[in-house]
Design a protein around this ligand. Structure first.
Ligand code: GDP
Ligand code: IMO
Ligand code: MG
Length: 429
């Protein structure tokens, strides 16, 4: 690993990115979260302790590394501070270990209210968001009414922007949704200033830091949140998140030139099967006992919201698409152990749409809804790979599974994860 590295979700999130980032961190100088916000829930398990990271990069648990929350992330200060407190005993002083971009936008309580009201008003068409205010915070950013970390260093300017933003939020809540708006500017202002004091000395120009680091030859691990299929441009729109959660978000999310970012290696993380939390199309979803079995064995309940995740077979049409748009150099397959005791394992290699075979992931939701997966059925290994660390003890059916994934996606599988704990993985390259 002599280059910087991008770790991305290849599916609809929760692929196990947190675990992978934590285990690879020792080889890098910086770990960077560059999009999304506390909608992310990245789990790291070390021994018998479990950490759920939402805003802070998953490199934070390793000493001597710089963790950056860059400009593309939307930051809820209350959640950031709570998260810092939860890991304070491991990290100690966050100074020189955590940096927050001065250009990062802030998620305010009114963004969360608007998220909830927008979802409620959509009825059956709701997205199933995490209700963390992510969409409305990005709306403020693009409407140019957002407030950034840098603004908080100038309290009168912050106050003026907050008054305007809250007047707008109040009018939307009351006039569009017909609900009461009880937040007071005084309260939000004083809460924000009080919280900001706790993190102000971590605020930095992370774009400049990264530019200098990369030019010096230091190595950066970019940690994607969500997954490619939730990308605002390339995902299953409108059932997506509000940021570019594919590699497309790297430049705008970090403020680093594509020339520098382009030198990094890109690895996609994919479960050996597939899950989705929230609404939206999912061609290989299993609404039967097989799906239930995947959910129970894989403990498929959301890290952020606790919601049961929808489960299904691995979709290689979607994975092929993720490999292409991200320029993935290889894949990391997680949760292999969850498939341990299945007689047979299916993977979708194409879709059937109105009698035609499709191999490219369609843009239209209407088309996707009618797509039926065309499966290749593989023999299960029907034995335990749980916690395996040695490639030579992998059953031959696992190699067949890997070969199918590699043939269909045209990239190598470089690592397998065989359990949630930090040490449970096998390098294949
Ligand atoms: P992320 O959002 O991509 O970081 O993934 P999450 O942390 O939301 O969800 C992945 C879940 O799977 C977490 O509970 C992890 O502890 C767990 N996990 C990660 N890798 C493995 C694995 O190889 N096997 C098993 N059984 N669990 C895993
Ligand atoms: P990590 O980083 C899985 C989903 C939500 C919803 C949609 C929009 O842990 O993989 P949002 O709150 O972002 O506006 O919700 O996106 N979603 C995720 N699903 N993992 C995540 O993050 C997710 N972050 C958002 O469930 O369908
Ligand atoms: Mg998650």
């Amino acid at each position: 690993m002599d280059k910087s590295l991008v770790i991305l979700g290849s599916q609809w999130g929760d692929e196990g990115k947190g675990k992978i980032v934590d285990l690879l961190t020792p080889q890098y100088d910086y770990v960077v979260r560059y999009q999304g916000g506390s909608n992310a829930g990245h789990t790291v398990i070390i021994g018998d302790r479990k950490y759920a990271l939402h805003l802070i990069p998953s490199g934070i648990l390793r000493e001597g590394k710089k963790n950056l929350i860059t400009n593309g992330v939307v930051v809820a200060l209350d959640e950031l501070i709570e998260e810092m407190e939860r890991i304070r005993d491991v990290v100690g002083d966050f100074k020189d270990r955590l940096y927050i971009s001065d250009r990062a936008h802030i998620v305010f309580p009114y963004h969360k209210i608007l998220d909830g009201l927008s979802e409620k008003s959509k009825g059956n068409a709701k997205v199933g968001t995490t209700l963390k205010g992510i969409g409305p915070a990005y709306m403020s950013k693009y409407a140019r009414t957002g407030i950034r970390m840098a603004d908080l260093f100038d309290p009168p300017y912050f106050r003026e922007r907050l008054e305007n933003a809250m007047a707008e939020a109040k009018s939307i809540v009351e006039k569009v949704y017909g609900e009461r708006f009880d937040l007071s500017v005084d309260q939000v202002y004083s809460d924000t200033m009080r919280m900001f004091e706790k993190v102000a000395d971590l605020v930095a120009d992370t774009s400049l830091m990264l530019d200098q680091a990369l030019k010096k030859g230091e190595k950066v691990l970019f940690e994607g949140a969500q997954g490619t299929m939730l990308d605002i441009d390339m995902g299953t729109y409108p059932y997506v998140t509000s940021s570019n959660s594919s590699a497309l978000g790297l430049c705008n999310g970090t403020g680093v030139s594509p020339k520098l970012i382009g030198q990094a290696e890109v690895l996609g993380v994919s479960k050996a099967y597939l899950t989705r939390v929230g609404a939206g199309p999912f061609p290989t979803e299993l609404k039967d006992s097989v799906g239930d079995r995947l959910r129970e064995k894989g403990k498929e309940y959301g890290t952020t919201t606790g919601r049961p995740r929808r489960c299904g077979w691995l979709d290689l049409v979607a994975l092929r698409f993720a490999v292409r748009i991200n320029g993935m150099d290889g894949l990391i397959i997680t949760k292999l152990d969850v498939l341990d005791h299945f007689e047979e394992i299916k993977v979708a290699v194409a879709y059937e749409y109105e009698g035609q075979l499709i191999k490219e992931f369609p843009a239209s939701l209407k088309v996707l809804e009618k797509c039926k997966p065309v499966y290749k059925t593989l023999k299960g290994w029907n034995s335990s790979t749980s916690g395996l660390k040695d490639r030579d003890s992998l059953p031959e059916q696992v190699w067949d599974f890997i070969k199918t994934v590699e043939e269909e996606t045209s990239v190598p599988v470089v690592m397998l994860s065989t359990g949630p704990e930090r040490s449970e993985y096998i390098w294949l390259r």
